[in-house]
Structure formats: structure tokens, C-alpha cells
Design a protein around this ligand. Structure first.
Ligand SMILES: C[S@@+](CC[C@H](N)C(=O)[O-])C[C@H]1O[C@@H](n2cnc3c(N)ncnc32)[C@H](O)[C@@H]1O
Length: 347
């Protein structure tokens, strides 16, 4: 009977994410408390929502029970296959993206049809095969599409008051870092002498950090660099869709070549894998006193010493000094490895 207390403008984003994670309590209704909503959930608080208050309301109201995925396919699958049904999935705009155990693969259309019944506003269901390579290209297979839909892969996803248009077969949409995207959306206002900041987003994708920061914090300028032409195409569309053409300057290319030098108040390095290869460009881009947000995947026993050491070493090589302001875990990346972000001031 627990609920997360969430500011009302963030409530829909958090509700959808809890639904995907399989821990929204769909039997209970949300309740409004002043400027907040109490969102009922089950199980442990997902780490990405660790900063929200948890309450145990004594005035819970219940919905009439809705059918579940299991209810919809029960009569067609045996007990073993029912046990393999996924407990969660991703909703990107009006598209469902689902991972299936290989033993359920022959049943993918049955599951896909059931998903369209569960979500009458959704137009298609894709099977997820993971994301690979430097360009973060997803492997996705169309399973079912509603009659009459001619662009099953293209959608507009609403998150944190921003709109993201994308093709789910061409570009990733990372939802595991919602808390970090919200944090970034509150930064960028305070540049030198009252002006907004100059920000460089070195791995901009379709604008995951750039768009919320531009929409909510109105920095002076964000230089958003993206190497994948497919993602860049949607970055440009999303700048227009969110009306931030006057703030965001999109750049198609490799940030190792396109990152501007020594002018930025803030640099976002939102990429994992071998982010350290690009650290010298990120640090060079910062004016004295500028802030770096450095992401990487790190074995747990090297958190935070490896990324903080890399930042200090690179600053030192450039004859500068790094003050580590803090770090936090974004998510578990693989067994024993975390995705973390370190914030540092570079003098
Ligand atoms: C992980 S995605 C974007 C992640 C996003 N910041 C987030 O956290 O949701 C990283 C993006 O960096 C782009 N990328 C990879 N290497 C790059 C490079 N050298 N220069 C510019 N962009 C690059 C990829 O194409 C991808 O769109």
C-alpha cells in the first residue's frame, strides 16, 4: 500500500516508467495532494526514483480489475510458457517494445496481439534485440501493427514536458536514466554575469539531455553534437518540435573533431563504453570554473576511483585542476558494472 509522492508535472512520466518496470500498482488509483500526486507502487522503490518521498496512504481507492497480459494469453499457452511471459516492457510514444524469452519466440504474434488489446492507443509492437555499437543502433523487429497504420516505427514520445520524435528501429531511446535527464533539465540557467550558460552536449543522440535543458532551463546556447546521421535527423526535428531553435545548435559529426575549445560553462559527456577517449576534448571545451558531467560504465570496485582519477589526470595533463563535486549511480549496466556520472569543476 505504498505510494511515491511526485510533483504533478513529473507524474505522468514517472507513472509510465513504473508501469514499464512492472511495479506500478495498477489496482489502485493515483491521488492528488496539493501540487503533488501519490502514485501507488509495489515492491522496492526503483533506484532511479530514490529521491522521491514514499508514503503509506490510508485512503487508497481501487480500480475495477483490468486484464493482464497473462489473462489475455492464458488459454493458448501451457504453464511453462506462461511462466516465461515478461513482467515489463517499454512504451515509446504509441509503440510497445518488448523482450521475449527465446522459447516464447514462436508465440510472438500472440503476445503482440495481446499487447495491442492491453494498450488500445498503441499502433505497433516491436521485439527488442538490444542496442549495439558506437552509434547505439537498436535491433528491433516488427511483430504486429494495427490495420491502416503506414509508419509503424515512427512515434512521438512525451517525457518531462518535452516531445521526442524518433524511429524506434533506427535510434535508441534510453529511459533508464530518467532521473539524470530530469537533473540535467534543471541545469544551464546560471552562466557568467547573469547570462544563461553555454553548454556542449558531446553525445547528443536525439536530444535526450539537450532538449529538456533547453526547454526548462533556457541556457544561452547548447552545442549538440551527434555522429549518427539517423539520430541527428531526429535531433534537428526535435529542436523544431520543442521550439528551441534559438538555443540549440545541432552539429553532425565526431565530437573528437567538432567540440569547440575553452568556451563552455558546462559539458555533458552522456556516452558509455570508452568515454575516457573523449575526455581531453570535454575538458578542453570548458572555461575555467566550468562543470563537466562525465558518464562511464565502471566495475563496482573501481567506483568512483577510476572515473574521478581519469578526470584529475586529464585535467593535470592540460595544466588544469579538477575538483570532484560528486558522483552517482545511473543504473546497473551489467553484472558487477555500474553506469555512473561524475560531476567535476575544472579550474
Ligand atoms: C547513449 S546515446 C545518447 C545517450 C543520451 N545522452 C542518454 O543518456 O540518453 C550516445 C550517442 O552518442 C553518439 N556518439 C557516439 N560516439 C560519438 C562521437 N564520437 N561523437 C558524437 N556523437 C557520438 C551515438 O550515436 C549516440 O546517439
Amino acid at each position: 500500500m505504498k505510494a511515491l509522492v511526485v510533483p504533478k508535472e513529473q507524474a505522468e512520466t514517472v507513472r509510465l516508467r513504473l508501469l514499464e518496470l512492472g511495479c506500478l500498482d495498477t489496482k489502485r488509483k493515483l491521488s492528488k495532494k496539493g501540487e503533488h500526486l501519490e502514485i501507488p507502487f509495489t515492491g522496492a522503490v526503483p533506484p532511479e526514483f530514490g529521491s522521491y518521498q514514499v508514503v503509506w496512504p490510508d485512503d487508497a481507492k481501487y480500480y475495477e480489475p483490468e486484464p493482464t497480459l497473462r489473462d489475455l494469453v492464458r488459454e493458448y499457452l501451457d504453464h511453462d510458457k506462461l511462466a516465461l511471459l515478461p513482467g515489463g516492457w517499454q512504451m515509446i510514444g504509441d509503440i510497445v517494445v518488448i523482450s521475449l524469452h527465446s522459447d516464447l519466440y514462436p508465440e510472438k504474434e500472440l503476445v503482440g496481439d495481446a499487447m495491442l488489446k492491453l494498450y488500445p492507443y498503441c499502433k505497433s509492437v516491436y521485439l527488442d534485440g538490444g542496442i549495439s555499437g558506437k552509434l547505439r543502433r537498436p535491433r528491433r523487429e516488427l511483430v504486429v501493427v494495427r490495420d491502416g497504420v503506414d509508419d509503424p516505427a515512427v512515434t512521438v514520445h512525451n517525457e518531462n514536458g518535452c516531445r521526442f520524435r524518433l524511429d524506434v528501429t533506427k535510434v535508441m531511446f534510453s529511459k533508464g536514466n530518467l532521473r539524470e535527464k530530469m537533473r540535467m533539465s534543471r541545469l544551464g540557467e546560471g552562466g557568467a554575469e547573469g547570462a544563461g550558460e553555454v553548454v556542449v552536449d558531446m553525445f547528443a543522440g536525439i536530444g535526450y539531455f539537450t532538449i529538456p535543458m533547453a526547454v526548462h532551463s533556457h541556457p544561452d546556447k547548447i552545442v549538440a553534437i551527434e555522429i549518427n546521421p539517423g539520430s541527428y535527423h531526429y535531433l534537428v526535428e526535435n529542436i523544431r518540435l520543442n521550439g528551441v531553435e534559438g538555443i540549440v545548435e545541432p552539429v553532425l559529426g565526431d565530437c573528437a573533431e567538432m567540440t569547440p575549445g575553452s568556451s563552455a560553462d558546462r559539458v555533458i559527456m552522456g556516452y558509455v563504453g570508452n568515454t575516457c577517449h573523449y575526455l581531453k576534448y570535454g575538458i578542453k571545451a570548458l572555461r575555467s570554473g566550468g562543470i563537466l558531467h562525465y558518464h562511464d560504465t565502471v566495475p563496482v570496485h573501481l567506483v568512483p576511483s577510476r572515473p574521478t582519477g581519469q578526470i584529475r589526470d586529464e585535467a593535470c595533463k592540460q595544466g588544469r585542476r579538477a575538483e570532484i563535486l560528486g558522483w552517482h549511480r545511473i543504473k546497473k549496466y551489467s553484472p558487477g558494472v555500474w553506469h555512473v556520472v561524475v560531476d567535476a569543476r575544472i579550474e
